[in-house]
Design a binder for this molecule. Structure first.
Ligand code: DAH
Length: 351
């Protein structure tokens, strides 16, 4: 029996040296010391021995059991230590650059609009907004645009059918940013002086190489006592020089818009002009001027429509297209590039 015991101990030691993980260690423990383990089996046979043999073998058995249990425990601790050291020795490369999250770029129009807002804010203007779906009353009537004016024609204006159950008011996709003038002046919390700009999208039934049914304008409005057309011109001069970084001439040509009197077309001196160098400028086609849009002194009928006394207050307004301004700023050759949504084009404007 003693021999069997020593054989088992030798077998255990050989098996232990091959164990390299917790699971293997557990299996070993079960195989030798478990209920059906080989050492346990030997101790069950002790009943058949004489008391003297039992005594000496019992002592030997306990010694071997304790040795096996201690060896298993020792190996368990060693395995844990080794795992911990592997963990600590693991080296992370903290200098590895992170993967770049793909982020978009701002649309050239957004860049242009922000630049305009910044320029006008510095001159003391607030930025106002209005809805794209607008009341005909604000888009036309309050702006002194007569009921039979051709702008109301189906050819120019997108009309919107009011929802079932809604009052049958005339709704349109705003054809210009001028209704924001009306909204601003009607806003009782904003008595004159009023100084706002209103950039935004406008819509007209129009679609060809140089016209898009959706385009963008910036409206300007200044109302106070004693405002004159000279203030308009001074503001435009200040705006063009702030925006283009150098002073450019501005000219006003008489024109007609129902909501101003007198009305004017505004041009600014071409900031890209090559005329001076003897060539024909591709931007202004050699005229030396670039059209900004319409402007004028707010019509008394508009003041009356919004409850401002035209005997006390005067004001000027302008409405300029900003798509062309963005095209000039970023040298974009074709209007349609702006609205096609082609990311290859848009990626060019990291800003
Ligand atoms: N709303 C006009 C248009 O879209 C532009 C305009 C002209 C705006 C004269 C104004 C203005 O504020 O005074 O054609």
């Amino acid at each position: 029996m003693i021999d069997r015991l020593l054989q088992e101990q030798a077998a255990f030691e050989a098996a232990l040296s091959a164990v390299d993980d917790e699971d293997g260690l557990y299996r070993l423990q079960v195989a030798f010391l478990g209920k059906k383990g080989s050492i346990t089996g030997l101790s069950k046979q002790m009943g058949a021995l004489s008391p003297a043999e039992r005594k000496s073998l019992g002592a030997e058995l306990n010694r071997v059991k304790d040795a096996i249990a201690a060896a298993i425990e020792g190996r368990r601790v060693a395995l844990l230590d080794a795992a911990r050291s592997r963990d600590l020795a693991r080296v992370e490369d903290l200098t590895m650059p992170p993967l770049q999250a793909p982020i978009g770029t701002l649309h050239p129009l957004t860049l242009a609009r922000r630049a305009l807002e910044k320029t006008f804010r510095r001159m003391g203007f607030d930025v106002a907004e209005g809805p794209h779906v607008e009341h005909g009353a604000y888009n036309f009537d309050a702006l002194n645009i007569a009921a039979n004016h051709p702008a109301r024609d189906m050819q120019d204006t997108f009309f919107v059918r009011p929802r079932a159950g809604q009052p049958p008011t005339e709704l349109v996709l705003r054809t210009h940013t001028s209704p924001v003038q009306v909204r601003t002046m009607l806003d009782g919390g904003r008595p004159p002086p009023i100084r706002v700009i209103a950039p935004g999208t406008v819509f007209r039934v129009d679609d060809d190489a140089t016209h898009s049914p959706m385009f963008h304008q910036i409206e300007g409005l200044y109302v106070d006592r004693g405002v004159t057309m000279a203030d308009l011109k001074a503001t435009l001069l200040q705006f063009t020089s702030a925006f283009f970084g150098r002073s450019l001439a501005v000219r006003l040509r008489p024109s007609y818009f129902p909501f101003v009197e007198p009305g004017a077309e505004c041009d600014m001196q071409c900031p890209f002009c090559q005329r001076a160098r003897g060539g024909v400028c591709a931007v202004c086609k050699g005229s030396g001027w670039i059209e900004l849009g319409g402007a004028g002194m707010v019509h008394p009928a508009v003041f009356e429509a919004v409850g401002i006394d035209p005997e006390i207050y005067t004001g000027w307004a302008f409405g300029f297209g900003i798509d062309r301004m963005a095209m000039l700023m970023y040298e974009i050759p074709d209007l349609r590039l702006m609205f096609d949504g082609d990311v290859r084009f848009l990626r060019g404007f990291a800003g």
